[in-house]
Ligand binder design. Structure first.
Ligand code: SF4
Length: 742
């Protein structure tokens, strides 16, 4: 037997060998008293609420929102209240599974699984080069695991290409911030939601996507104007004081138009612009042509409406602009995000309480991924292409600089292309569900089918992607391991092990350690015995960077302080629990100024036509569903809160014209596929629009594979489709429809 953890010497790890039963059960002992309560950051969304897990007789039995955590202050959404349920599901992955000669997944022990993992990937690399094996990871791992995976794959296993599912949700914001501010730095703290007098939400259904942040707005005592810019009359739009139902993908012109109008009205902050930005004159020249009439024509809003929005922004003392996926998941998302940033900059709405150009990110640790996953950025928010950055990372890790690639490698969509082109033949997928969530599912599945060897590491063996795998590695979930998350407001918070993973499932951290050892590069990571060891390295990687967190002594300090927002360099006083960036007007570019960046609007990649007269919008359906429902689908209460079957929102006007009644099965088709769903007649969508929640796998059978050219983020929000009522005979013949109850 191979001694997996031979370099470990502590009492917890002695005598651990690769025998089934040594993993998950007892690898990390319970450190909590039998009836303890333990606080840890929620494992779903980027809000980063703290949950208090209650243990009885040593078992985690319940989770409730933590009362005194500065993020959620005693509140949680339904997912938080049900956080433990998915972990207790009876169909967890508990042993490694290998596809056998008859195409069935069969149980094997860890030694067999890891030997196969290494032999197959090394064989592919030997035949086709180091870059022929890639990885796709996630914003769901703790930062320590992300750092381990990124370092292992790129510095240990020689991979060139690896990306995260964070490409699907916030790559656009990353690029926009880096270019405008000089670093990927969301500037706000959540208290800004309580301190604004004008809150502008762009492409954000905050009620549904970030319900606790919506609650924070509810605590705002300034009677703020709440402005929603969204083609749909979402739950958030219904509760807002102003809703601007722009034509889909016309928001870039709207924001240029608003900037133009504010400049013309003289409602800009000249002192701030002169002291803290560059290229204002070019910017003003660029937006000049976006008159009220031009903006009205593009957006479908009346001139008076746009003027009212400009007046609202001009009249606000503390204006904050917030965006989510309606901006990021666009074919011109970076330009739009920068147009929002520009508006904050020219009006001086940044660096003060209640202001900011604020991207709210998606997954619980998307922010950790942005800084430390070693995918699009080199660890610590650095640049792979810069030799000084590679040298800094090599020094911290004690590596030869030559081990660090000088390129970030391919983005997610490019990796899938490379698979179809047979340049990449082996893929390691960690905690993401490509076969469901990637845009234009047919192409994504085609790529996965072409792989010589697909490894999926997940909590469940039956995700859409795991079903295609050659090897499934059973992973522990949130609350079954230790580490840290970084939330949307840059707060580093603790995740703690409060329950044991089932069977032989292992924390991703321990899977990465095992892979390193079997691969033969374990010595590179010999100092990383525990997640906290990696945390100490992550701290060093942040030293001197804008995200400096060297003032956090250890996990204990994080526990005591209730999370800490970066920057928190050594010597920082821990007294301040809310940290906002740019209060001194100094940005991260070498000259300290922010850049006002513009671009020409690009036509929508797939506009409607006679054959496809409806525009499909996808997005979050409810606060009880999370992404591909891998976890939320395993909670009875959460399932009961949402429609089980896929549905499409259709406007009552369109439905009347097409003879579609409420709840009837309909066919929706695009140039890429055809699906059957139920009609949900609703004024949330306007005539000519259809909305399908992304949580149902069928949605991405229709979506069009277009991407922002700068961020490579998929544009999920707009493609052309058609819809018709499903004939009575068709419904009767089709078992899928019968099973839908139609
Ligand atoms: S809002 Fe997000 S972080 Fe808070 S409980 Fe819900 S899913 Fe968890």
């Amino acid at each position: 037997m191979k001694n997996l953890f031979r370099q470990r010497s502590g009492p917890l790890t002695r005598d651990l060998t690769l025998r089934p039963g040594n993993f998950g059960l007892g690898l990390v002992p319970d450190r909590h008293k039998p009836d303890d309560t333990v606080n840890l950051v929620c494992g779903y969304c980027s809000t980063g609420c703290s949950l208090t897990v209650h243990c009885r007789d040593g078992r985690a039995v319940n989770a409730t929102p933590t009362v005194d955590y500065p993020v959620n202050r005693g509140l949680a959404c339904a997912k938080g209240w049900q956080a433990l349920a998915p972990l207790e599901a009876p169909d967890r992955a508990t042993v490694p599974l290998v596809r056998d000669g008859r195409g069935r997944l069969s149980e094997v022990d860890w030694d067999t699984a890891l030997t196969l993992f290494v032999n197959r990937f090394k064989d592919i690399q030997r035949r086709h080069g180091a870059g022929s094996v890639a990885f796709l990871s996630t914003g769901q791992l703790v930062t320590e695991e992300m750092a381990y995976l990124g370092a292992l794959a790129k510095f240990g296993m020689g991979m060139v290409h690896g990306d995260g599912n964070t490409r699907q949700c916030m790559a656009t914001a990353v690029v926009a911030y880096k270019q405008a501010f000089g670093f990927d730095a969301p500037p706000y703290t959540y208290r800004d939601l309580e301190e604004s007098d004008v809150i502008v939400l762009i492409g954000s259904n905050l009620c549904i996507a970030h319900p606790i942040l919506w609650q924070r707005i509810g605590r705002n005592s300034h009677q703020p104007e709440i402005v929603v810019v969204d083609p749909r009359r979402t739950e958030t739009a219904m509760a807002a004081t102003q809703h601007y139902a722009v034509a889909p993908k016309s928001d870039l012109v709207l924001f240029y138009g608003l900037a133009s109008r504010l400049i013309a009205m003289g409602c800009i902050d000249r002192d701030f612009i002169e002291a803290h930005t560059e290229s204002f004159d070019e910017f003003a020249r660029h937006v000049e042509r976006y008159t009220l009439d031009a903006a009205s024509k593009a957006t479908g809003l009346a001139v008076d409406q746009i003027q009212r929005l400009a007046d609202t922004i001009a009249g606000g003392e503390r204006v904050s602009l917030w965006w989510t996926m309606g901006v990021n998941q666009s074919h011109e998302g970076v330009a739009l995000a920068q147009a929002i940033i520009n508006l904050a900059l020219i009006t001086g709405n940044i660096g003060r309480p209640g202001t900011g150009a604020n991207s709210i990110t998606g997954q619980c640790n998307a922010m950790g991924s942005r800084l430390f996953s070693n995918t699009s950025s080199l660890m610590g928010g650095r640049d792979f292409a810069r030799q000084d950055h590679r040298r800094q990372v090599a020094e911290v890790l004690g590596l030869d600089t030559a081990r660090i690639p000088d390129t970030a490698g391919l983005a997610y969509d490019q990796i899938l292309h490379a698979i179809r082109d047979r340049a990449i033949r082996g893929l390691w997928v960690i905690a993401t569900n490509t076969a469901h969530s990637w845009i234009d599912q047919r192409n994504a599945r085609d790529a996965l089918d072409r792989l010589e060897f697909l490894v999926v590491q997940d909590l469940y063996p039956d995700t859409d992607t795991a079903r295609l795998a050659d090897l499934v590695l059973p992973a522990a979930g949130w609350a079954e391991k230790d580490g840290t998350f970084i939330n949307s407001e840059r707060r580093i918070g603790r995740v703690r092990k409060v329950r044991r993973a089932p069977g032989q499932a292992l924390a991703d951290f321990h899977i990465f350690r095992a892979v390193a050892d079997y691969w033969g590069c374990g010595d590179l990571f010999r100092t990383w015995q525990t997640p906290e060891d990696v945390f100490q390295t992550v701290k060093e990687l942040s030293r001197g960077m804008p995200c400096d967190m060297t003032g956090i002594r250890d996990y204990r300090m994080l526990d005591q302080l209730g999370g800490v927002q970066w920057p928190f360099p050594a010597g920082t006083s821990p007294g301040q629990d809310q940290r906002r960036l740019f209060e001194d007007g100094a940005f991260f570019h070498p000259h300290g100024r922010a850049r006002l960046l513009v671009a020409e609007p690009i036509a929508m990649p797939e506009p409607t036509s006679e054959s496809f007269p409806f525009l499909l919008i996808t997005g979050r359906g409810s606060s009880s569903q999370w992404h591909t429902q891998t976890r939320t689908g395993r909670s009875g209460p959460l399932r009961a809160l949402v429609p089980h079957h896929p549905y499409a929102e259709i406007s009552p006007d369109d439905a009347r014209e097409l003879g579609i009644g409420p709840g009837q099965p309909v066919v929706v088709w695009s140039r890429r596929g055809q699906i059957q769903v139920y009609a949900f007649l609703s004024h949330i969508v306007r005539p000519g629009q259809i909305f399908i929640p992304m949580h149902y796998a069928v949605a991405n059978q229709l979506t069009h594979p277009s991407f922002d050219p700068r961020s490579r983020q998929p544009a999920y929000k707009a493609c052309a489709v058609n819809v018709r009522r499903l004939g009575r005979d068709e419904a009767a013949r089709d078992p899928k429809v019968s099973s839908l109850g139609g």
